[in-house]
Design a protein around this ligand. Structure first.
Ligand code: AMP
Length: 280
């Protein structure tokens, strides 16, 4: 595995692979890698000959009062995990390099990026899209893999590559969970022992809603109420949002759509914000 910081060197390396007829698969991450990230790498490897992973904690997608400074970082550990996962190139750009003095361009996706996390984190998806567009331009992959854990992000990126004619296939990977149902996330490391013990309430809320719908419930308010009750049973949890949306357009819903209703939620434990979702 080679590790590069410089975007020009990464572009050259990727061009050389394409010239050899290799297909590049790409997994962008913010590091502190866990089994969720590794599952995306396995999916990318199935679609490609050469696997490229990026690690970049993107300041553009963090709000001024968010956790950029305390976001977990472990580059040596991440490097070892990538090497073991068969990553051919680990791309670790710096903020100075991606956003040099004078940088002033933003990529904005409109309605899909509003609501849910977009409403609570103004500018977040514009930061995500801007960096993902840049990384895709440098790497030039055939396939890029994103996790369904960040469901809105996945839909926003799908829209962006279509709208900008970017020649890349976006593939999604299912949510990878701990044994107790907690979705793997780099931010789980911030939870206290007591918070971690109550963190399964997000998955419990989704499971409760899923069970209710499977039993024939069609009233969205009752589905939301049962999910909310599961969060309220965890005294350290503070609900940020809990919403039903059209799983394709992310438009708000007044009735459940057969096979296409997204239940998405965000919950604070202290200053740590966790998200999760399920398509009911
Ligand atoms: P992050 O490092 O948090 O920016 O995530 C990088 C990629 O990994 C994104 O596409 C995420 O959706 C994905 N990801 C994060 N956690 C999980 C998980 N538990 N299961 C599947 N994919 C995940």
């Amino acid at each position: 595995m080679i590790q590069l910081v410089d975007s020009g060197a990464v572009r050259q390396w990727c061009e050389a692979r394409r010239a050899e007829g290799q297909r590049i698969g790409f997994v962008p991450t913010m590091g502190a890698l866990h089994a969720g990230h590794l599952s995306l790498m396995r999916i990318a490897a199935q679609h490609a000959d050469a696997l490229v992973v990026s690690i970049f904690v993107n300041p553009l997608q963090f709000g001024p009062s968010e956790d950029l400074a305390r976001y977990p970082r472990d580059l040596p550990g991440d490097g070892a995990k990538c090497a073991e996962a068969g990553v051919a190139l680990l791309y670790c750009p710096t903020a100075e390099q991606l956003y040099p003095p004078g940088f002033q361009t933003r990529v904005e996706v409109a309605s899909l990026a509003r609501g849910l996390c977009g409403e609570r984190r103004p500018g977040h998806f514009s930061g995500v899209c801007t960096v993902v567009a840049k990384l895709l331009n440098v790497v030039g992959p055939c396939v890029a893999v994103f996790g369904a854990k960040d469901y809105q992000q996945l839909q926003v990126i799908r829209r962006m590559v279509v709208d900008l004619d970017q020649p890349v296939q976006i593939v999604s990977g299912p949510i990878v969970r701990e044994a107790d149902g907690v979705a793997m996330s780099s931010r789980n490391a911030h939870l206290t022992a007591a918070e971690r013990q109550q963190a399964p309430c997000l998955h419990a809320a989704l499971q409760q809603a899923r069970a209710l719908v499977a039993a024939g419930e069609r009233d969205p308010e009752r589905v939301l109420a049962s999910a909310r009750a599961a969060i309220e049973r965890a005294p350290l949890a503070r609900l940020d949002y809990l919403e039903l949306r059209d799983a394709q357009t992310l438009a708000p819903l007044t009735e459940l759509l057969p096979g296409g209703t997204l239940l998405a939620l965000a919950v604070y434990f202290g200053a740590t914000r966790l998200i999760d979702n399920a398509v009911l």
